[in-house]
Design a protein around this ligand. Structure first.
Ligand code: PAF
Length: 279
């Protein structure tokens, strides 16, 4: 595997490649990222994993400075996973001047849920992803469905901007106790790690309460979500949202035939976790 730090070197390395898959990451890689690389390998001859902690998507109060930078370990893991290229530009390479041109996703999809709690987050994400797409020019890009709203926004961006890229959504990789793998799990204490699977379990209980799938009353589902939220809060979680939405546009369900996804973000101590469950 090659590790490349500049746009010029990357373009040279990729010249003449028949099919390229991009796996954008912020590093501090875990098995979830490596599963995205494996997915990329199923769809392209060459897999580029980008490693870049993108300042644009962090609010001043967030963890940009303390976000773990673990390049040597990441390169080792990507090599073992059969990745072709690790693209790890520094900030001067990706943002040699303040990034005045930005990609702003529409408010109805970007200012809800994560966007409501992290203003500007999806503009930061869409801007860097669009820039990475321009640099790498992949035919395929793989995104984890754990970041469900991000995955949807990237799909919309690609569609509206007519970018010739197929976006693949990869299922969330979980620990055996159900906890979604995340770089931020490393911030959890042992007690918090033991509690963390409760977020996914709360969502599974909502699904259980609404089987069979053809008998889903939107207001009964919303009531289940409220109960799940209250249960988590009693256990000490600080819940930003726990809500059931339509998969297609993340708006509130209107009919019992909508395909749904439960989305949640909640803090355990000072660590904010997100997860989701389609049903
Ligand atoms: O999901 C992430 O790690 C980031 O949001 C991404 C897509 C790499 C953009 O910085």
């Amino acid at each position: 595997m090659q590790t490349i730090h500049t746009i010029n070197d990357l373009r040279q390395a990729l010249a003449g490649q028949r099919s390229v898959a991009l796996v954008p990451t912020m590093g501090n890689l875990h098995q979830g990222h490596l599963d995205l690389v494996a997915m990329g390998r199923r769809h392209a001859d060459t897999v580029v994993a980008s490693i870049f902690v993108n300042r644009l998507q962090f609010a001043p109060t967030e963890d940009f400075e303390r976000y773990p930078r673990t390049l040597a370990n990441d390169v080792q893991a990507l090599t073992e996973a059969g990745c072709s290229v690790a693209f790890a530009p520094d900030e001067r390479e990706l943002y040699p001047e303040p990034q005045g041109f930005k990609v702003t996703p529409p408010a109805e999809i970007a200012d809800i849920l994560e966007g409501a709690f992290r203003p500007g987050f999806f503009t930061g994400v869409a801007t860097v992803v669009h820039k990475l797409f321009n640099i790498v020019q992949p035919q395929v890009a793989v995104f984890g469905k754990k970041d469900y709203q991000q995955w949807l926004i990237v799909q919309r961006m690609v569609s509206q901007m007519a970018l010739p890229i197929t976006i693949i959504g990869a299922e969330t990789t979980r620990a055996t106790d159900g906890l979604a793998l995340s770089s931020r799990n490393g911030y959890l204490s042992a007690a918090e790690l033991a509690e963390a699977p409760q977020l996914q379990l709360a969502m599974q209980r909502i699904v259980e309460e609404h089987r069979p799938a053809n008998q889903r009353d939107p207001s009964a589902i919303a009531a289940s979500a409220d109960r799940a939220r209250a249960t988590l809060e009693q256990r000490g979680w600080q819940v930003d949202y726990l809500t059931v939405r339509r998969r297609a546009d993340l708006q509130m369900p209107r009919s019992s035939s909508d395909s749904l996804v439960i989305l949640a973000a909640a803090k355990l101590g000072s660590t904010r976790l997100i997860d989701n469950l389609e049903f």
